[in-house]
Design a protein around this ligand. Sequence first.
Ligand SMILES: [Mn+2]
Length: 319
Amino acid sequence: MKGIQELISVLDKKRDIVVQAHDFPDHDAVASAFALTHLLKVNGLAPRLCYGGDIQSTSLTEAISMLEIPIAASRDVPMDDQSQIIIVDGFIGNRNVAGLPGEVVAVIDHHSPPIEPDCKYWDIRPNYGSCCTILYEYYKISKTDLPKSIATALLMGVMMDTAFMTRGVALVDLEAFTTLFFQGDWKSGSKLLRNSLSLHDLGVFREAINACIVAEDFCFVPIQKECSVEVMALVADFFLGLRELNFVVVVQPDRDEYRLSVRSDDVGRPSDIVIRKALSGIGSGGGHIHMGGGSIPRDLFPGEEGLRKRFLAAMGKAT
Ligand SMILES: [Mn+2]
């Protein structure tokens, strides 16, 4: 089993260490980065903590201030070619998430990797429901005390990625959930997660309900309104909750690209495999069996109907 000591053994103590959550991070990514930073500090290192892109989620912004997580945008963290970057919860290839300077030395993730990482240390466990569960095990194995704020952050990450223990749950996620539930502040944590939406988001739902195209159990939802990654994910969850639907794709324009959120209730059509097939040659995507995401640059976008047909073909259905 890999763990914190194996990670530390590949780090150069004389060079900067930066723990980075993926672009437009979610609760799982920020909590994993927060927990890892503390664990490195306990071991005498002085890592900095950052994320790529922006934080678009209001509930995550609130969690960061409630738990006093010292995280900053990558662009505001001084980094040079000598910086050692550790990526958590979002490995997209052997380059930095936000394309910043520095060397990616380690990856800790629970998404199936697009390619085998080419770095000194990697610990990828695609069968885990959340990256926070991996960090929970790092604490457990190294017998490190979990401060309440970190236990709460990890608990929120586990609850978020497994949709409160209803998706992609491994036995170890249940163990992490049980332990963290009693060590963290589950009341504040779950309240924040359950209140992720606001009245401002209703317009997006209204548009999604009007625009969705259903073919058997597949629902394609093109949205024109700009919205956050989090709201898009909640729209996808909403449609998957409709009894007749087992596969959902939400697509939405965001500046110079189109973003996608995918959900599947069918292990025969894993989100990550279907999205990679559907976007082959025009974009990139990944994720897990039950949820996935991706993007297509605007100039390669095949149009809404073109994209819907690509998904139908990727699922082996006649178009
Ligand atoms: Mn995750």
